[in-house]
Design a protein around this ligand. Sequence first.
Ligand SMILES: *Cc1c(COP(=O)(O)O)cnc(C)c1O
Length: 371
Amino acid sequence: MVDLQRQYQKIKPEMDAAIQAVIDSTAFVKGAQVDQFARHLEAYTGARHVIPVANGTEALQIALMALGLKPGDEVITPTFTFIATAEVVALLGLTPVVVDVDWGTMNMSVEAVRKAITPKTKAIVPVHLFGQCAEMEELLALAREHNLYVVEDTAQAIGARYTFSNGHTAQAGTMGDIGCTSFFPSKNLGCYGDGGALFTNDDELARKIRIIANHGMTVRYHHDMIGVNSRLDTIQAAVLDTKLPHLDEYTAARQAAAASYDKAFAGCDKILVPERSAHSTHVFHQYTLRIVGADRDALRERLTQAGVPAMIYYPIPLHLQKAYQDPRYKAGDFPIAERLAACVLSLPMHTELDEEQLAFITGQVLNSLAN
Ligand SMILES: *Cc1c(COP(=O)(O)O)cnc(C)c1O
């Protein structure tokens, strides 16, 4: 699905030097590269504050802690996504409220969010799924109307740009109160281990986030809040700072691969290619097809046999997961998410796909569907 080896080989001298410099300094935690990377990512994203942490899941947890949410508060999140968002909501004793998504963009449905708002709702957590922003203008307006926080999960969409109706554009993760991202190796900006970050334009939230991520500590050994220990280590920061200048070229490579897939599948009525949002660019963390009028699982099996990896993101919506069984929800409640779970198929998507590989993959997909 990804080719991190070839990507590394292209930047090996600069990457090896950056990692060696951390080892030589032995400042494995809180080395200078951590702040340096955060400042560079602030410049890149336009976020006023970037606060690096240990991974994307903890970024989400720290965000909800910084907003001071209390047990019983409801947090709205899409049901068709990775588990992390609902997981941290549940861990903090908050109440996850899941909503359906749009068939085309597969992102959180604004209408569904509107209907899910109750007097207990405190926050909306849109996930910019597969690499394009959810409908932020409408979600932000809804949040303002009901006095709700917005925490963007931008783990899959770093670098995506959203354009508001007044022409203003902003990057994924910088529009809500807080944005949370992940630097897991296969993400669009990935390190060589685990990593994550929070984005915010609010000075007071940034202060709280920094304290919470550091054991709730203001002055050394004085703990004013309950916190966690969540740090991006220096080697990972050095890796990320080396890759950040290449991010635009990585994104362009993903977009070129997506365009090539689109073209190959244009004439196939059993395939719906990823629908583009009218307001967001797509950075293609995943290239996800919807297979209609054909057996998705049989197709995946044939592709696997032909040596083409293909993955199902995500096979089970949150409301049907065993750990999240809830008397409020049952099968059939979120028909679009359930239909997507049964028909999505993600093809290999990374920065190193060449013409030959793309031709082989698309040939195998079309062949498999023709038989
Ligand atoms: C990867 C991912 C996360 C979690 O990030 P980790 O760094 O693996 O903890 C959260 N949300 C989404 C949508 C993701 O894709």
